[in-house]
Structures are given as structure tokens and as C-alpha cells.
Design a protein around this ligand. Structure first.
Ligand code: PEP
Ligand code: MN
Length: 364
């Protein structure tokens, strides 16, 4: 994809000295107390410059909590008057934009479910004509960079040049520890194509769980993100939406204190190549684990078979032959002899342990 000529020089609108920009607040505004109490605590953290809260919630099924609507905007406005925090909320149709403008919301974000639909994005773009409000565009649910860029371009063409992208991870059909797989190579490619576009990483929707937030935040910073979006709730366990991934403001404070903002190093091309190679390593390690797991399964089957036939676990002749055979294969592929020996012994020892457990089953 060729670089889009329209989007340029956008970093200037980020609040002064606020890089990395930290946007924090609950997934959803729920009650006046929850909005105000969460916001007051967040306002005490010097790094937090923008308060987020969802007012209209896109839900998979119709019976869930769908947000408090306009009432919530009044609570947010009250919070801003009290703390000075800037405000952002999700807008998904022109009516949302109208209400958010009426209540002086400072920035809008467009959610992942809206970005997948160019009709909806175009409708938002029309409604944003003549409006001077920064717009943050989340990546679409699917790993489709063109769709993401298309949405940014539509909004930009409507005259919005205070733009940023939000990386919130992608639906992924394979097993992954994340709620939405980060696929870092995609935001990196976006930055390569649009170098002046700020990118903010939504670590809450990437991870879907509290225990992974810190590592993903640090990784995002190491990849030179311009900011983090983090869901924070005064009582995360009882949040009406996304309870598993929200953290209290005090836990957010601890998390932020652990983060290291490093000197910017390397060109985008360097990072891009590095990330490609790392992705390759991640894939290979995954395959290695699958092979090892499959190998242990077969070892278990052999163990059960030996037991049935009353044959000893350790077959020295076979083991000696295996070592020689594997060493020869491995060394012919350029692998170090000592490394191979260590690895083979470890694998063998673990296999014997497994078979011993199988032999001892039902003995007591
Ligand atoms: C959110 O930020 O609460 C949200 C609904 O996000 P996304 O559109 O990324 O799922
Ligand atoms: Mn959420």
C-alpha cells in the first residue's frame, strides 16, 4: 500500500508533555458515583491526562448492559469541571457525535466494531465535517490494515487532522493468551506508512486480563507507542462490562510506576524487520512445543504398551542407538554437539519419568 499523502504532521495536538499519552477510565460509565470516584482517583496520577468512559456500549447480545446514554455525559462533564481531566468516549453514529459535542467531550474514539463498516465510518465522517475535535480510530476486529487506514482516511478527508490510531488487537481463531491477538507487525506497518500518525495501544482490550497488562504495556512502549489506553474502574470486580480486564486506579498507579520509557532507537524499518523475525521465532517455538507435546504423548503410549507386556522402561541399547542417530542428524544440520547432548538427555530423562509414573499407576 502506498503512503497516504493526506495525513500529515499530527503529533502536535497531543497534550503538551504528555507522551506517552495515558488515557484511563472505566470501560463503561455506570453511575455518577462510579464515574466521579474513579475519575478523582485517576486525576491524582500525574501521567493520566485523558479520562475515557463508554456511554453507548456495543454488546454481542441484546440483553447485556448497553450503557447509560446521555446521562453519563453529564457525569463526565462534572468530572472534567472538578479535575480538569480531558474526556473521551466512543461514538458510533451521528447522534452520539451530536450529544458528545453538546456535553463538551474533548476527543472521540471510533470502536473496532464500527471501523469494520465503511458505511458507518462514512456517516461519522459526514457528521464530523466542520468539527474541530481529535478522533482516535481503533483497528477493525479483523487484521485488515487497509480497512483501518481507510477509516482514518475517511475521517481525515472530512477535515479532521487531529487523528490517532488505537491498536486494540485482532480477533484470532487460534488459541492465544490474549483476548485480541496484538499482531504487532500491523501497527508497525501502519506507522511505517503514516509516520506522523500517533498510535495509542489499548492494552486492556488486547489482553482481556489484568495479569498481562504490564508486559503488554512495556512491549508497546518498547515498540515506541505514543500512548496507552487502559481501563480502570473503582471496583473492577463488579464492573458491568469487561470486569476481567479493568484495574483499580491504585493498581494503575503501581503499573505505571513499573514502566520504563526507553530512548527511541532504530528506524521504523529496523523495528519492522526485527518484529518480523521475532514473530517467526514465536511461530517456531509454538511448533517446537507442539512437537514436544506430541512426542510426550507417544512416549506415554509406549510406556503403557511396555507395562501391558511386562517390559522394562529403560532399554539401554535403544537409547544408545538413539543418541548416536540424533547426534548425527543434528550435527549434520549445523547444531552443536554439546547442545544436542544436553537436549537429548533432558528429553530422555523426562520421558523415563513419565513412563515410571505410568508403571506406578494402580500400584497402590
Ligand atoms: C471499549 O473501548 O470499551 C471498546 C468497546 O473497545 P473496542 O471497540 O476496541 O472493542
Ligand atoms: Mn471495554
Amino acid at each position: 500500500m502506498s503512503p497516504s499523502p493526506q495525513i500529515h504532521d499530527l503529533t502536535s495536538w497531543l497534550p503538551q508533555g504528555a507522551e506517552p499519552l495515558i488515557i484511563a477510565g472505566p470501560c463503561s460509565a455506570e453511575t455518577r458515583e462510579q464515574v466521579l470516584q474513579t475519575g478523582r482517583q485517576l486525576a491524582r496520577l500525574s501521567q493520566v491526562k485523558v479520562y475515557r468512559a463508554g456511554i453507548w456500549k456495543p454488546r454481542t447480545r441484546p440483553d447485556g448492559f448497553e450503557g447509560v446514554g446521555e446521562e453519563g455525559l453529564k457525569w463526565m462533564r462534572e468530572l472534567k469541571a472538578e479535575t480538569g481531566l480531558q474526556l473521551t468516549t466512543e461514538v458510533a453514529n451521528p447522534h452520539h457525535i451530536e450529544l458528545a459535542l453538546k456535553h463538551k467531550i474533548d476527543m472521540f474514539w471510533i470502536g473496532a466494531r464500527t471501523v469494520v463498516n465503511p458505511f458507518s465510518v462514512q456517516e461519522l465522517a459526514e457528521a464530523l465535517k466542520g468539527v474541530d475535535v481529535p478522533v482516535l480510530v481503533k483497528n477493525p476486529l479483523t487484521p485488515d490494515l487497509k480497512l483501518w487506514m481507510g477509516a482514518l482516511e475517511r475521517i481525515h478527508k472530512a477535515g479532521i487532522n487531529k487523528l490517532a490510531a488505537i491498536h486494540r488487537g485482532f480477533h484470532y481463531f487460534k488459541q492465544s493468551p490474549y483476548r485480541n491477538a496484538p499482531m504487532w507487525e500491523i501497527p508497525i506497518e501502519l506507522r511505517r506508512l503514516l509516520p506522523s500518525l500517533p498510535v495509542i495501544t489499548d492494552i486492556s482490550h488486547i489482553t482481556g486480563r489484568r495479569d498481562l497488562l504490564q508486559s503488554v504495556a512495556q512491549k508497546a512502549l518498547d515498540l515506541e507507542t505514543n500512548g496507552l489506553m487502559i481501563e480502570s474502574h473503582i471496583d473492577p470486580e463488579h464492573a458491568l462490562t469487561d470486569a476481567d480486564q479493568q484495574i483499580s486506579p491504585s493498581d494503575l498507579e503501581k503499573l505505571l510506576a513499573t514502566l520504563i520509557v526507553r530512548e527511541r532507537t532504530g528506524s521504523i524499518d529496523f523495528q519492522h524487520k526485527l518484529e518480523e523475525l521475532r514473530t517467526e521465532i514465536d511461530k517456531l517455538d509454538g511448533e517446537l512445543m507442539q512437537l514436544l507435546a506430541r512426542r510426550m504423548e507417544v512416549v506415554g503410549e509406549i510406556g503403557a504398551y511396555k507395562k501391558e507386556n511386562n517390559i522394562t522402561i529403560l532399554q539401554l541399547k535403544r537409547w544408545k542407538h538413539m543418541i548416536e542417530d540424533r547426534l548425527a542428524i543434528g550435527m549434520s544440520m549445523g547444531l552443536d554437539r554439546e547442545f544436542l547432548l544436553l537436549l537429548l538427555e533432558l528429553v530422555h530423562e523426562t520421558s523415563i519419568q513419565l513412563q515410571t509414573r505410568i508403571f506406578n499407576q494402580d500400584r497402590d
